[in-house]
Design a protein around this ligand. Structure first.
Ligand SMILES: [Zn+2]
Length: 143
């Protein structure tokens, strides 16, 4: 059987490169970088061509073997070069992993929503605390 890369195991089908996994007292910290094609402007949908800068985002991911997982993900900010667009720059989103303004991964968000739908918000919040899932009440109540 072919050996799998860290990307295959942690982020199957997602455009990221895993640079480092470390074990801290708070859980596992996965440092990764986005490797996908340039993103599209969220306003005018034009595909970007110029990178403005990059920065590290912190994302809460689903736990792994009973450890909390935090992803420190390097993402790129792009210029929108369409003159008629009022947006100057935007941050890329990584398909299957990030959403705008959200601090939990797409996968964790899906879990939390399912738990909230099944249990209701307050029991869901208690269960998430017990399971050590990073879940604010706002997240559990958002549609
Ligand atoms: Zn634009």
């Amino acid at each position: 059987m072919a050996s799998k890369t860290a990307e295959d195991v942690l982020f199957p089908g997602i455009d990221v490169r895993v640079e480092r996994v470390s074990d801290s007292s708070g859980g596992l910290v996965v440092e990764a970088a986005s490797t996908g094609r340039p993103g599209r402007c969220p306003d005018c949908r034009k595909q970007a061509q110029r990178v403005h800068s990059s920065y590290q985002r912190t994302l809460y991911e689903r736990p792994l073997v009973f450890r909390r997982v935090v992803v420190r993900l390097r993402v790129r900010r792009y210029f929108c070069d369409r003159r008629s667009c009022s947006r100057r720059t935007f941050v890329e989103q990584v398909g299957g992993l990030t959403e705008r303004h959200r601090r939990s991964s797409v996968g964790l968000t899906g879990w939390l929503r399912s738990i909230a739908v099944e249990l209701g918000v307050r029991p869901a919040a208690r269960l998430c605390r017990r399971l050590r899932l990073a879940a604010g009440r706002t997240l559990l109540t958002q549609p």
